[in-house]
Design a binder for this molecule. Sequence first.
Ligand code: ADP
Ligand code: MG
Length: 354
Amino acid sequence: FDMFVLAFLERLFRPTFKKDDFVLGKKLGEGAFGVVYKVSLADKKPNSKKEGDLVLKKATEYGAVEIWMNERVRRACANSCADFVYGFLEGSSKKGGEYWLVWRFEGEATLSDLIQSKEFPYNVETMILGEVQNLPKGLARENKIIQTIMRQILFALDGLHSTGIVHRDIKPQNIIFSEGSRTFKIIDLGAAADLRVGINYIPKEFLLDPRYAAPEQYIMSTQTPSAPSAPVATALSPVLWQLNLPDRFDIYSAGLIFLQMAFPSLRTDSSLIQFNRQLKRCDYDLIAWRNTVEPRASPDLRKGFELLDLDNGIGWELLTSMVRYKARQRISAKAALAHPYFDSEGLLALSFVQ
Ligand code: ADP
Ligand code: MG
């Protein structure tokens, strides 16, 4: 079987939907490019209950790219992202039709909801590990939970990047906890670019979230005065991927998520914005930032450094290899997964013995 035949058969036997099949529920989100609802299926087919709750995004013209990305993800790296069910154009494209995208409802909480809780990371512990660890509450236990979340995020990113997709909007709001698989998955491929097959569009500046964006994106968008409003096909080869390392944009954003999980005081929007300003003043050198803030650090900030300093500073080492000014100096998702931060089995075994 070749890939084309497989893809065709897969589409043929998948359920298809139309407008009237959905009963709108709670609104989950609303951005400049679409509205997202929790939906259920109208109870027409006897087996429709099996589908469970779904999520529907009604999107503008950018929805076309998002459908493309989701179709590709479900064939190439299904576990990285929310389970995509179906996408179609509702109405005619000339008369301002909308793109409708449907996913399985993965769960109630995004990573953003979870890190805003005072209980974080303990509120995530049983969700991802299945049981409470045999460790006293404290830094080592918190580190273990954060480590598990980071591993899952990097695993999902590695899947996307290996497929040739850069997400470009990695942030806690776009990471959903999947209750079915007990893992974090990536959502919202609305700003993603697929560089290997050449589906890409130059993002408008306002598509990117400045709180989590790597510095190079500002440079690119200011040098691109007239961005096309619709997807354009460009012939970008794997060679160009190697030259520009666009995947490292996502790594920077994931590094900021790691930072927010380690430092309770950096979890609010305003403190993250302030951090970004400070880091820019330090020429994006995280070690220089540490040197300026650590001497007069609040207990909360000190706690973050202590967590990252565990196990000979292996967490701090990983963080500083993700959040770097130059994209090519940032670690890849695959290399990050092999980083010694993730094999602290020894550390855990030691705590059990004590
Ligand atoms: P946008 O950010 O463009 O509004 P998203 O795709 O990020 O759209 O979805 C908005 C919100 O809807 C998410 O932050 C999340 O809370 C929720 N959501 C999206 N997809 C799912 C899903 N598959 N399962 C559960 N909730 C989802
Ligand atoms: Mg989103």
